[in-house]
Design a protein around this ligand. Structure first.
Ligand code: HEM
Ligand code: HEM
Length: 122
């Protein structure tokens, strides 16, 4: 498997464990206030990261060069910022809103770059 896919899967499984911990904490406490952060860390952090890693493993020609690593960096910072700030925001800290916005924009940018990786000629 290419190095970028290894990196993506290691990141994805770490974020899944954090997402599961959040889910278990919500279930055990009976307080579902952080459901948004839980849903997004699982779906952006685990599912989307694993899909990016899987695509690059299946299309090794697309996994070469610096672009996939730049895309990875933007995606991971975006997911961590968006979901981390959302987690704190949902516990009542409204000052987190700009960080959620910046994280969301970085995540969106990462998705656009990944679209370019998929569509660019090999
Ligand atoms: C042990 C593992 C998990 C536990 C205990 C757990 C627990 C929960 C809880 C308590 C909620 C809130 C439900 C509500 O208030 O409506 C929730 C929502 C959600 N969970 Fe999990 N979860 C787990 C794993 C996952 C995983 C692995 C994913 C995705 C890959 C996931 C995706 C979601 C989504 C998308 C929602 C929001 C659903 C909605 O909007 O109705 N969860 N989870
Ligand atoms: C920049 C990207 C994204 C932004 C800004 C965003 C924003 C939002 C917002 C504002 C909500 C409504 C939350 C609420 O009413 O409490 C939401 C819900 C949801 N989003 Fe996203 N989203 C993004 C990406 C995604 C992606 C890529 C997925 C799936 C792969 C996803 C899955 C969900 C799900 C399952 C819900 C319902 C669960 C919940 O209520 O938290 N989102 N999102």
């Amino acid at each position: 498997m290419p190095a970028i896919s290894q990196l993506y899967f290691k990141t994805a499984i770490a974020l899944l464990l954090v997402g599961i911990a959040m889910g278990l904490h919500m279930s055990i406490s009976g307080n579902h206030n952080v459901v948004g952060a839980h849903a997004h860390i699982n779906l952006l952090g685990w599912a989307t990261s694993a899909l990016f890693g899987a695509y690059l493993a299946l299309n090794r020609a697309k996994a070469t060069g610096r672009l996939p690593f730049i895309q990875y960096g933007i995606h991971v910072v975006g997911v961590l910022l968006m979901t981390g700030a959302l987690y704190v925001y949902l516990q009542g800290n409204a000052a987190m809103e700009p960080l959620i916005a910046i994280g969301s924009i970085l995540f969106a940018l990462g998705a656009v770059i990944f679209a370019w990786i998929i569509f660019k000629p090999e």
